[in-house]
Design a protein around this ligand. Structure first.
Ligand code: XUL
Length: 476
């Protein structure tokens, strides 16, 4: 039997899935790697670690004959290679916050209105282009040797196939793509003095980008959010994708290209040829829970912490958590934003902190949903994925804070699964992305908002919204 392989080059590790042509997961393997933060706000990884982990994960799978491979991965990361294809420095990741000055410079050089018209987006610290300007200013000897620029999963593609290529969805997060016209923006490149030759070839997500040594076709694939949306069946306007990964995302497929006038949500190409989407991205969602578990329950099971959280009533007796542990992107494009617990009392224990983290992340997702509503997205149901969606308590909290029923799908690995579907289209197993989604994605369970919680969270959300402006400037 032939099978499809989906690879997701994530922030904490690589996930590889083997999927049958009718959508069943036959095998999975994961390999982790570290992240280094050499200075506050910095976030880096060694591209060699991604490649090693990919080889290990693929090697661990008992794969029948592979018909096609699809790639997805963490978005926005900057990988720079020299003319001999050597990696010049560690990759600077999506959650790195060092480029505030370069973002201001880009908005100045291109003009904010023009930048929004061309790319659909503001210059945000995690995006790729400002990182190039940062290297030019701070590491001129590295900058002088750059010959190729890549995104994380595209580096893995390069090692797998020898091809330099990317897809429209991931390229949208570079700030160098003309998103409405689906081509590199000559105007932005010229304004930033960046050579177009550095950039990879652009493809639509299901197109074949190259072949492995064994002549298996590798689809262009997609950034993890667009691939993840396909993995939960968000290929067209309808349900929104709600992701509780390291980052937290609310994602809507759009009927046409549409950007927010102030660029408060990202307007990107979707992994469906000729399709677009908008999304709000919070930087620490399950990342906030991981942080709390590391400091308050090291070595313990997440389940224990969540069981303690469940003992608390919604609203946690007035305790509110702000999830801005890595700065924030949506709705506050503010690298200096910081996390907070506000309203602590003697009665609050570890479970209270945990429940408050789950609720604070849910309120952050609500911020993104409200901004999507402002550009006309009328969501009636969400589809969930990401590690955090394994917690039914968290899903009840998120459903109640968003006022949206949340559907789970039979396969939980959104991005790796979406990548496998794209690999299937590239291999000819499906006519197109819509057919792949229709054949493979099945919903299995719906989590409804809890009426009493909805009420508590309406006022909790008001308190949450008031806290960021009240605390801004006091970060220290
Ligand atoms: C999306 C984003 C994150 C990363 C996480 O814009 O920055 O979701 O892709 O992997």
């Amino acid at each position: 039997m032939t099978a499809l392989v989906g690879l997701d080059v994530g922030t904490t590790g690589v996930k590889a899935l083997v999927v049958s042509p009718d959508g069943k997961v036959l095998a999975r393997a994961e390999r982790g790697y570290g992240l280094s933060s050499p200075r506050p706000g910095w976030s880096e990884q060694d591209p060699e670690d991604w490649w090693r982990a990919t080889q290990d994960a693929l090697g661990a799978l008992d794969v029948p004959e592979i018909a096609g491979i699809g790639l997805s991965g963490q978005m926005h990361g900057l990988v720079v290679l020299d003319a001999e294809d050597r990696v010049l420095r560690p990759a600077i990741l999506w959650n790195d916050q060092r480029t505030a000055a370069e973002c201001a410079e880009i908005e100045d050089r291109v003009g904010l209105e023009r930048l929004l018209a061309l790319t659909g987006n503001r210059a945000l610290t995690g995006f790729t282009a400002p990182k190039l300007l940062w290297i030019a200013r701070h590491e001129p000897e590295v900058y002088g040797r750059i010959a190729h620029v890549m995104l994380p999963k595209d580096y893995v593609r390069f090692r797998l196939t020898g091809e330099r290529a990317t897809d429209m969805a991931d390229a949208s997060g570079t700030l160098l793509l003309d998103v409405p016209h689906r081509r590199w923006s000559e105007e932005v490149l010229a304004a930033l003095d960046l050579p177009a030759e550095w950039l990879p070839r652009l493809l639509e997500s299901p197109e074949v980008s190259g072949q492995t040594q064994d002549e298996v076709p590798v689809a262009a694939g997609a950034g993890d959010q667009a691939a993840g949306a396909l993995g939960v069946g968000v290929d067209r306007p309808g349900p929104v994708s709600v992701v509780l990964g390291t980052s937290g995302v609310v994602f809507a497929a759009l009927p046409r290209f549409q950007a927010d006038e102030q660029g408060r949500v990202h307007a990107f190409c979707h992994a469906v040829p000729g399709g677009w989407h908008a999304m709000g991205v919070m930087l620490s969602a399950a990342g906030s829970l991981r942080w709390l578990a590391d400091v308050a329950a090291p070595g313990e099971d997440y389940g224990a912490l969540i069981a303690e959280a469940e003992r608390w009533e919604p609203g946690v007796e007035g305790l509110t958590f702000l999830p801005y542990l890595s700065g924030e992107r949506t709705p506050h494009a503010d690298p200096n934003a910081r996390g907070a617990f506000v309203g602590l009392s003697q009665r609050h224990d570890r479970g209270a902190l945990a429940r408050s983290v789950l609720e604070g992340v849910a309120f952050g997702l609500r911020d993104s949903l409200e901004l999507l509503a402002a550009i006309g997205v009328r969501a009636e149901v969400g589809r969930v994925s990401g590690g955090g969606s394994r917690s039914s308590l968290w899903l009840r909290i998120v459903a109640s804070a968003l006022g949206l029923p949340l559907q789970k799908t039979a396969v939980e690995e959104g991005a790796a699964y979406g990548a496998a579907l794209l690999g299937g289209v590239a291999a000819g197993s499906f006519a197109d992305v819509h057919e792949a989604v229709a054949v493979c994605v099945k919903t299995v369970d719906t989590i409804e908002p809890e009426p009493e919680w909805v009420e508590v969270y309406a006022s909790g959300y008001e308190r949450f919204r008031a806290l960021y402006p009240a605390l801004r400037g006091l970060e220290g």
